[in-house]
Design a protein around this ligand. Structure first.
Ligand SMILES: [Mg+2]
Length: 273
């Protein structure tokens, strides 16, 4: 059987976009495990949040946090030296591609003074406020606040002009402002595509003939979908998916997450088994 590696977004792709349910994705996750296909979670979520889901899903594969800011590789994943990686605690090697959050917060502070506008971000919210704004339970809101490389900012339609000015201020410092489903994100030069390409090259060293599959639902998945052999778009009626129309060779699930995730994995596995 040809080797496969699956790279998947989480919110709106594996998890329901509003309720975060994932039960309907479990049969597909089990099918991947049974065939020895790695499932690499690639999310804007924090390391703490992804570790929470990896534990529930019994997932032991590498994962990508905060929109490609860092790639965490459980030790022993690859039988060779991973260049550029540093050891983190007992468990992981980490490839850091993003900018430390402390630097991002400093730049946001400077921009806020220069523009005379206050931007509301996770740094000035407590767990309860993040829970209210995201719909997450309090415990998961706490994990979502443990950001290392990115600052989510409340998107307010009345501040559209201020956000454009903020984007220009951040660009001068080598930082970016992207729009997610619920928040704008101030972050470094990282994206999901660069992180996926670095992991893909490691898997290709392990299995030279392997094919890569990517699953995503939103604009921030575009670089990841462009970095894989088989890109799959999962429908999400709550986000603007127009940016994904340009992905070549794309396939599209019929259902939203989590059913759409299982549908996409079944489709891919039916071709290789
Ligand atoms: Mg998503």
């Amino acid at each position: 059987m040809p080797r496969l590696v699956v790279f998947s977004d989480m919110d709106g792709t594996l998890l329901h976009a509003k309720t975060y349910e994932f039960e309907a994705a479990l049969p597909a996750i089990d099918a991947l495990k049974a065939r020895g296909v790695p499932l690499v979670l690639v999310s804007s979520k924090t390391r703490a949040e992804i570790e929470h889901y990896r534990s529930i899903l019994c997932n032991h594969d590498p994962f990508v946090v905060e929109n490609g800011a860092a790639v965490f590789i459980p030790k022993g994943s690859f039988p060779f030296l991973v260049e550029g990686a540093r050891e983190l605690a007992e468990e992981y090697l980490v490839l850091e591609l993003g900018t430390q959050r402390a630097r991002i917060l400093e730049a946001l502070g400077r921009a806020s003074c220069a523009l005379g506008v206050k931007f509301l971000g996770f740094a000035s919210m407590d767990d309860a406020e993040v829970a209210e704004r995201t719909g997450l339970p309090l415990e998961l809101a706490r994990l979502a606040r443990a950001r290392e490389y990115d600052e989510p900012l409340v998107l307010d339609a009345s501040m559209k002009k201020s956000f454009e000015q903020l984007r220009a201020c951040l660009a001068k410092e080598g930082l970016r402002l992207t729009q997610g489903g619920r928040f704008a994100h101030a972050l470094g030069p990282n994206d999901k595509g660069r992180a996926v390409l670095s992991l893909r090259s490691l898997f290709e060293r392990l299995w030279p003939e392997c094919s890569s599959v990517g699953l995503g639902d939103a604009q921030n998945d575009l670089p990841m979908l462009n970095a894989v052999d088989i890109p799959f778009v999962i429908p999400n009626p709550w986000v603007d998916q127009s940016a994904l129309a340009c992905v070549p060779r794309q396939r599209r699930a019929l259902h939203i997450a989590p059913q759409g995730f299982t549908e996409a994995i079944s489709d891919v596995l039916s071709e290789v088994s």
